[in-house]
Design a protein around this ligand. Sequence first.
Ligand code: SF4
Ligand code: SF4
Length: 331
Amino acid sequence: MRFPASLYVSMTSYLVGKKLRGVEQFPLVLMLEPTHRCNLSCAGCGRIREYHDTLSREMSLEDCLTSIEEAGTPIVTITGGEPLLYSQVPQLVEETLGRGRHIYFCTNGLLLEEALSLFRPNPHFTWNVHFDGTEHVHDAIIGKPGGFSKALAGIKAAKAKGFRVSTNTTVYRESSVIDIARLFQQLTKAGVDGILVAPGFSYEEVVRDVFLTRSEIVRKFREISSWGRDFPIISNPLYLEFVSGKRSLKCTPWGNPTRNSQGWKSPCYLITDTHYRTFAELMDRTDWDHYVSGEDPRCSQCMVHCGFEPTIARQMGLKDLFRMLRWNLNV
Ligand code: SF4
Ligand code: SF4
């Protein structure tokens, strides 16, 4: 199975519950950024640039837990920054799992091996380690020689201890499809449970032109999206049809709401107009129709999963549901 059965059950019952109650706009995955502090300075990172002045701030544990309750999503992605630098990270993980949530813990992997002793394997907990290419390419993007091998060692140590591990790859303008295939071979050999892949977003704060236009995304993903049987790719197959130009989707900007030390980020994980104090304010006061329409110029080249994967869940009919079930069972 590509995802644990428990995650599938949690998400399906959550979706059915919302539909039965006639709720139209609801989140699926909370993106929780307890700190934006990081031990790297990657070329394509919008976060450390946008939040440059507040990098040293972090959310209190209480604020993190309140946000989890406010959003009510079955999945919490703990991200950043580098969330292993958050001062109360073991408590945050334990408390989140204690509330019955599934966690995807995003990390650049540099501190992973040393941090493993702070955590226990749990079927609801998955490490999600970022790799942008094979060793030479990845180290160049993150600006740290040795970063790739450190993260790979972290993955192997985590697997040896019984943790679930997935990886996350961002595709940039200079990414070579051949290099990404080689990376996926290496990750598959290392025993990862899943591989996520998505195009990068053109952050205004990133001055270098490293991001893909929509037509460039489609060209690269026509090939990448055909690798589902070769590697344990867990990016949604219907989303992969979208990025390879075979399906059209509108964005669901409220699907993966983001909470950080400034508040609830509006309108989405990628662009910021403002931050709200509560989740209810984010939902009530953001002009969702404007972003769903795609008219905002910042949305014009965006095909990032956090905006479009929730659309699939929102629009999924019986046929798609059956197809997703077969895909998860790998049949
Ligand atoms: S590891 Fe993540 S948060 Fe840190 S600089 Fe790189 S992309 Fe940004
Ligand atoms: S299209 Fe992209 S940038 Fe625009 S609202 Fe959706 S996720 Fe955000």
